[in-house]
Design a protein around this ligand. Structure first.
Ligand SMILES: Cc1ncc(COP(=O)(O)OP(=O)(O)O)c(N)n1
Ligand SMILES: Cc1nc(C(=O)O)sc1CCOP(=O)(O)O
Ligand SMILES: [Mg+2]
Length: 359
């Protein structure tokens, strides 16, 4: 049961300061998501966190907070460190505010328990929300750094031999593909890891990102840059436990809730589809170009539209707001796959013929 004796005025003074720190920190983070990232999803999470802090803080009447506030007598105002006055850029400002926000929420949680256990619990929940928001911001920055301006992502199968596979991989990289995924459900593990090793080695030479479909273990064994998982495969957390923080985890998404969840779970990029009917994979229903538009409008994590994308319909994807596409048959089924790569890259507005632009 909450303590019925009046709260300690020192605790009110302390929580008043932490409430100010928390709400101000949440506002700084929200501003970064909104005005620097243009990320509606993270902006909304920041706003909801700010409103949650205000709602939990309403337990302490503002009149009481002001009565206990004593800024002129606050010994902390004179204590400063050199790092507090230095901020390299907007991302640095956001990260510093995230730290202050989490610390303030922890202080509110611990001292709130002296007033009412439920108040402490409310701030604990808000602290975890702040961690989730921090994860969303962090993975977005990491994904954008890792994938840079990579726009053309091609899915290839193992083909008839190691030699033919290496030739195809080499020609696609030289033509300008920026991410290459080995997707072949027919191979046994030993042949799959061998093909993946070939792909990873060729991609490294060209600065192209190499991804193994489905199999995080094979991606690690082959030295690939990452793994791509679907909604019915390993979770992001389980894939991450295998590939570690240094490799990429891509996630297929088919509706906005999956896209939001994947980015908050730590995905480095999204597959967004199926966009158009595909000859490579059959689907019962199509979220189509509307889903592409929805992701482009609210999520700034790298997102590749996928599913039946060709030189003829790619302009619809670009018009819907995504300039990154993943393509299978339109390249691998073409009479000249390298020419198809160049044509698609030209349609995406990236330099044609250059080596992969992403590390
Ligand atoms: C870039 C990219 N996006 C989506 C997929 C599809 O993955 P998944 O849903 O796991 O289906 P399969 O490809 O495994 O049949 C992908 N592979 N790559
Ligand atoms: C493997 C795959 N996954 C999709 C998804 O929407 O998650 S669409 C797709 C097929 C991609 O190949 P193509 O470009 O030949 O259609
Ligand atoms: Mg899969």
């Amino acid at each position: 049961m909450p303590d019925t004796s009046p709260p300690d005025p020192h605790v009110i003074r302390l929580m008043d300061a932490s409430l100010n720190r928390a709400s101000e920190g949440a506002r700084v983070v929200e501003d970064y998501a909104r005005f620097v990232l243009d990320d509606a999803h993270l902006s909304r999470l920041g706003k909801e966190l700010r409103h949650g802090i205000a709602a939990a803080g309403a337990t302490l009447p503002m009149a009481d907070r002001l009565a206990c506030r004593n800024t002129p007598g606050d010994v902390g105002t004179a204590i400063t460190t050199a790092s507090e006055s230095q901020r390299a850029d907007a991302a640095d400002v956001c990260n510093a505010s995230l730290g202050r926000l989490q610390e303030a929420l922890r202080s509110l949680e611990e001292y709130g328990k002296t007033i009412d256990p439920a108040l402490g619990a409310a701030f604990e929940r808000l602290r975890y929300d702040a961690y989730t928001l921090a994860a969303g911001l962090g993975t977005t920055e990491r994904g954008r750094n890792r994938l840079g301006d990579a726009r053309l992502y091609v899915l290839i199968e193992a083909g008839p031999s190691d030699e033919a596979f290496e030739q195809l991989t080499e020609s696609l990289c030289a033509a300008g593909v920026q991410v290459l995924q080995l997707r072949d459900k027919r191979l046994d593990d030993r042949r799959l890891v061998e093909r993946a090793r070939i792909m990873a080695a060729v991609c490294r030479r060209h600065g192209v990102v190499s991804i193994v479909n489905d199999r995080a273990d094979i991606a690690v064994a082959a030295g690939a840059d990452g793994v791509h998982i679907g909604q019915d495969e390993l979770t992001v957390a389980d894939a991450r436990s295998v590939v570690g923080p240094g490799r990429l985890v891509g996630v297929s998404t088919h509706r906005i809730e999956q896209a939001r969840a994947a980015r908050l779970a730590g995905a480095d990029y999204l597959g967004v589809g199926p966009t158009f009917p595909s000859t490579t994979k059959s689907f019962a229903d199509f979220p189509g170009i509307d889903f592409v538009r929805q992701v482009a409008a609210e999520i700034t994590l790298p997102a590749f539209a996928i599913g039946g994308i060709t030189a003829e319909n790619i302009s619809e994807v670009v018009a819907a707001g995504l300039r990154r596409v993943a393509v299978g048959a339109a390249v691998t089924g073409a009479s000249d796959p390298a020419a198809a790569v160049r044509s698609l890259r030209e349609a995406l507005g990236a330099p044609v013929g250059g080596e992969g632009s992403s590390g």
